[in-house]
Design a protein around this ligand. Structure first.
Ligand code: 1CP
Length: 354
């Protein structure tokens, strides 16, 4: 298939497609026995992330099982802070942790964008995956948002409310802005690097932007996302490729998100697609928005929810089917197959013959 002919890339451009393309957030991951086997061979999560051969292997695993319409680079959003010296560790059952979180003024002011050489393993993985894919499907590169990275960098670990980061924003907005600016520079370079190595679309994960008040979201998350998107799209050495912007819990701010220059907005499951489409569908494509918990039910229930989401979007272009957040580790792999088959089969009537 020629590069521009991929259904996923066409849908991102809101061009006509014969069916709705589908991929799943965290499609390579712990719900797949073959992923767990490779991770065991790698010895640790970071061992997996830092080895381009292993990254290529796990990126391709879900594609060998399912007729997905896109591949996503296997890596993690936390590679950037690790390269800044915060030192990421990952122990089973505990999630990610930084050995040196940023919990005082001095450590924040010492933080600098990393030497790109420290992230060369990610660029090598992108090149290797692109080659291994042989143009089967497009490759998505990604990064976290400046605010989401700051949440982990300040807190030092995953959390549900990130109180340290959110209180710093009120106590010392100057320090928060300093850190967000450093992250913005690092992320821009990182994404430009991935594009130069062959990434054909980019997704930016603002997983924790939805924890903010509206004015804080606009100032401390969206303003920096806007800078990154503009810089990546106008960079002279990288071709213009589509950017997907996902803010979990960002349903209230879709209009603002659609003015960043993003080509597509990723949606969680809290907003019906019909509403999202009415509000911003003339400006951007939409990606989403099945609750990943649906995949823990049964084939019949999964199919009925797929059918509802396709009907919510309705006839027309610019929909990429996805989950509203990452696939749960307890998902039976055969349920993911049911989802993908249902999207492909049931979406045909929503598209004109091309
Ligand atoms: O093997 C394991 O035990 C680790 C599980 C795991 C996996 C499979 C982690 C640790 N990261 C990943 C891969 C990953 N992470 C991908 C790969 C591509 C894919 O198949 O989709 C991507 C895109 C991410 C992005 C990521 N990492 C995000 C943003 C997206 C989202 O889900 O919100 C976030 C917030 C992270 C941090 C992170 N890394 C890993 C975990 C378990 C977490 C969440 C930690 C927490 O907050 O509790």
């Amino acid at each position: 298939m020629s590069e521009s002919n991929h259904v996923f890339l066409k849908a991102l451009k809101r061009e006509p497609v014969p069916y709705t393309p589908v991929w799943m957030m965290r499609q390579a991951g712990r719900y797949l026995p073959e992923y767990n086997a490779t991770r065991a061979r790698a010895g640790s999560f970071m061992g997996l992330c830092k080895n381009p051969d292993f990254c290529t292997e796990v990126t391709l695993q879900p594609l060998d099982r399912y007729p997905l319409d896109a591949a996503i680079l296997f890596s993690d959003i936390l590679t950037i802070p690790d390269a800044m010296g915060l030192e990421l560790t990952f122990s089973e059952g505990e999630g990610p942790r930084f050995c040196h979180p940023l919990q005082d003024e001095a450590s924040i002011l010492k933080t600098k964008a990393p030497d790109p050489d420290c992230l060369k393993f990610v660029m090598d993985a992108v090149s290797m995956i692109r080659k291994a894919l042989q143009n089967r499907v497009p490759l998505i590169g990604f990064s976290g948002s400046p605010f989401t990275l700051a949440c982990y960098m300040i807190e030092g670990r995953g959390n549900t409310d990130f109180c340290l980061a959110r209180s710093l924003l009120y106590r010392r907005p100057d320090l928060m802005h300093y850190l967000l600016q450093v992250n913005t520079e690092a992320i821009t370079t990182y994404l430009q690097g991935q594009i130069s190595c062959g990434a054909q679309a980019i997704m930016i994960f603002d997983t924790w932007g939805g924890l903010l008040t509206e004015p804080n979201y606009l100032t401390f998350s969206l303003a920096y996302l806007h800078k990154i998107i503009q810089a990546v799209q106008s960079h002279e050495n990288t071709s213009k490729i589509p950017i997907i912007l996902y803010t979990k819990g960002g349903g209230a701010w879709l209009e603002a998100m659609s003015t960043t220059g993003a080509d597509c907005l990723g949606l969680d499951w809290t907003l019906p697609l019909s509403q999202a489409r009415k509000r911003v569908g003339h400006q951007v494509a939409l990606q989403g928005n099945l609750d990943p918990m649906v995949l823990l039910s049964s084939p019949t229930i999964i199919e009925s929810h797929v059918s509802n989401i396709l009907a919510e979007f309705g006839i027309g272009n610019g929909h990429i089917f996805n989950l509203g957040h990452g696939i749960d580790r307890h998902t039976p792999p055969e349920h993911a197959a049911v989802l993908i088959d249902a999207v492909h089969r049931l979406s045909i009537p929503y598209h004109h013959k091309t």
